[in-house]
Design a protein around this ligand. Sequence first.
Ligand SMILES: [Zn+2]
Length: 254
Amino acid sequence: MPYLVDSHAHLTFSDTFDIEALLTNAKRAKVNKIINICTDTLSFERGEKVANLHPWIYNAAALSPHDVEKKEAENFFKQVELAAKAKKIVAVGETGLDYYYHKRSQELQKEYFIRHIELAKKYSLPLIIHCREAFVDLFEISAKYLPFPALLHCFTGSLDEAIKATNLGWFISISGILTFPKSQELRSVVEKIPLEKMMIETDSPFLAPQKYRGKSNQPAFVIEIAQKIAELKNCPVEKVIEVTAENAISFFSL
Ligand SMILES: [Zn+2]
């Protein structure tokens, strides 16, 4: 079986995680590259240590839309800029807009989203975007800065939004949500969007696939998403693994 790439995991989200065990499980499950998403100073410092010990773990960093109102926000943004400049990250992200969880901070989210786009462009890094119930603003803001490479992580939008994104040359990344009983709309998006525009991710420790629902998610479970995509597209799982891994390797220049 070919090797999997988990394009979005929060390996260093908490210092309570047994990272060595998570990585051993991942290796055993044939995951050979993981993009570790750092959303604050501590997760980034831990991420740097992990990447130094395990060169198959790559860091991305940005102030997420969940954190724009925190008092450390501006400091962390500056840290992301330094990391980009020093080539310590393979992407700027996750940044973006979340109007589902955070209606109040919309203006501030937009401001930081724009600053992250500018930062990514300045240092020629791709962007990892988090977008929930904010696609109109997302496309409107992005239009002023195009073209730039982006990945819509944990995609849960409509087919229309997926087509718009992929027409811009962007990728969508599919998470364990695909395996949830209620995710009919996402399954029809996956049926219609070509594999060549897709990556797979766990978003661990969140969003464990249906088979592990209620458990803490981990990169080893990314195979569940590949299997579901293969089933929907009626193709061998090896092909899903190969194409999504190739997409990630070229997008993040791994
Ligand atoms: Zn995430």
